[in-house]
Design a protein around this ligand. Structure first.
Ligand code: NDP
Length: 244
């Protein structure tokens, strides 16, 4: 595993779940990590729960000016930004006939626009050194669709495309952009899934179980570091074989 010592990383939505596991993995590999969450005290508490150089700041990724200013501030304070993980996301299910317009807006504002704001701000900060690695959180449902999750699945398809398009645009600036596409991972986000959905996913998964946040974090750490130096524009499935 390549060391991340001397590198500065930002993880949005780092207060719990996959984000917090990613903060742990990056800090364990030696990176200085700034995590964010909407609530300042929750962000600080999460940062304090991790060993290493970790701090927590408040950020709502749906606010472009706040994202730009936070990323500029992190790069200024630490002298650079090497890694950005656009992890913040929400999942609001609902059959097509039941989806409310405000749920559509909130999901797209958080998952799509929030990821775009983060990638844009991170790329600006990385341009100066002409190097950097950005990882965004797609999902298996973004590629294969999911009944009852049309808005969420559409938002994650967009996120995967953000990785591909940004990779094409930013490659010549030395910035890599990749996505991970997790299957069902045991976090607060998936707590609301019915037993039927969980059982069906487990049965369809060749590895015979749901995933753990640490398993997604390990893949993100790989993509963030120099071991992945010739990998960009990829969408890496972390799903126990669910989509096979
Ligand atoms: P959690 O619900 O456990 O965590 C979500 C994180 O996002 C929290 O830290 C939350 O912080 C933050 N967040 C939500 N909205 C905003 C916002 N507007 N601005 C800033 N931060 C926000 O989810 P997971 O860890 O499960 O998911 C993380 C990512 O992985 C998401 O993008 C999700 O779509 C994706 N994913 C998850 C899968 C799973 O099975 N769990 C599968 C595929 C993809 P706070 O509430 O403190 O503000």
């Amino acid at each position: 595993m390549s060391t991340l010592s001397g590198k500065v990383a930002l993880v949005t939505g780092g207060t719990r779940g996959i984000g917090l596991a990613t903060v742990r993995a990056l800090a364990e590999a030696g990176a200085t990590v700034v995590l964010t969450g909407r609530d300042e005290s929750a962000a600080k508490e999460a940062a304090e729960s991790v060993d290493g150089q970790v701090s927590g700041l408040a950020l709502d990724v749906t606010e472009p000016k706040a994202v730009a200013s936070l990323v500029r501030g992190v790069a200024k304070e630490h002298g650079q930004l090497d890694i950005a993980v656009a992890n913040a996301g929400i999942m609001e299910g609902g059959l097509l006939g039941m989806i409310r317009a405000e749920d559509v807006d909130r999901t797209l504002a958080t998952n799509v626009a929030g990821t775009l704001h983060t990638v844009q701000a991170a790329a600006r900060a990385m341009m100066r050194k002409k190097t950097g690695s950005i990882v965004v959180l797609a999902s298996v449902v973004g590629e294969y669709g999911s009944a009852g999750q049309t808005v969420y699945a559409a938002s994650k398809a967009a996120v995967a495309n953000i990785a591909k398009s940004a990779a094409k645009e930013l490659g010549r600036s030395g910035i890599r952009v990749n996505a991970v596409a997790p299957g069902v991972i045991e976090t607060a986000l998936t707590e609301s899934l019915t037993d039927e959905v969980r059982t069906s996913n487990t049965e369809r998964t060749p590895l015979g179980r749901l995933g753990r946040p640490e398993e997604v974090a390990a893949a993100i750490r790989f993509l963030a570091g120099d071991d992945a130096s010739f990998i960009t524009g990829q969408v890496l499935g972390i799903d126990g074989g669910l989509v096979l």
